[in-house]
Design a binder for this molecule. Structure first.
Ligand SMILES: [Zn+2]
Length: 203
């Protein structure tokens, strides 16, 4: 269990899932670096067709989202243990409006509970979506969707056989930032971003 927590990779900011990586972008990478989150195997895939690219991209999202889901469930449990707390973090993360000072009350017991779980405290203060109930709903939907949809037989880890391969984190971050910049700039064509990716990959 401790090992699982050590490997937890929660985004600095929750991913904006509406800006998803297009699996075609991965087609521009000749050798795709992959990792197995279960046994930590890392290697490269020289041959990857469209179906495998799709499975790799969304399995990588799936692993990130599962990590986030674990944290959000713990946040929900913490909040449920303090149903009447006016602690600013609980108030801020559970209301859709923008509550301010009059709604906050000091809550030393909540503080103590938070101090006992440093990773949860860090998540809640720096990495957690603003509105927890909404994000939790969305994240559960995504986990279910991808678990039903993905062909995990394509992704079987060659070493442990039980894990499924994901894209190496640095490359995946790069793919996401390309997806974001492509969508945020009307001038940039997808082929320009593909060239940027190839340039990055071979640097
Ligand atoms: Zn493995």
């Amino acid at each position: 269990m401790a090992a699982a927590i050590a490997h937890l990779r929660v985004r600095l900011q929750p991913r904006d899932m509406s800006l998803s990586v297009k699996e075609d972008t991965l087609g521009t990478v000749e050798q795709v670096p992959v990792v197995c989150p279960t046994c930590r195997y890392s290697g490269t895939l020289p041959d990857h067709d469209k179906a495998l690219n799709y499975a790799l991209v969304y399995n990588t999202y799936l692993h990130e989202v599962r990590d986030e889901l674990r944290m959000l469930v713990r946040v929900e449990q913490l909040f449920a243990s303090f149903p009447n707390s006016g602690h600013y973090l609980k108030v801020l993360k559970t209301r859709l409006d923008r509550p301010a000072w009059p709604h906050f009350r000091d809550d030393p017991d909540f503080e103590k509970a938070l101090e006992a779980e440093p990773d949860l405290s860090e998540f809640l203060k720096n990495k957690c979506a603003r509105y927890v109930p909404g994000r939790l709903r969305k994240v559960k939907e995504l986990v279910q969707k991808w678990e039903n949809e993905l062909d995990f037989t394509l992704l079987k880890c060659p070493v442990c056989g039980s894990g499924s391969l994901t894209i190496e984190p640095e490359l995946f971050d790069r793919l996401v930032s390309i997806a974001e910049s492509t969508l945020s700039s009307t001038e940039m064509s997808p082929s320009t971003s593909s060239h940027r990716l190839v340039a990055w990959f071979h640097r």
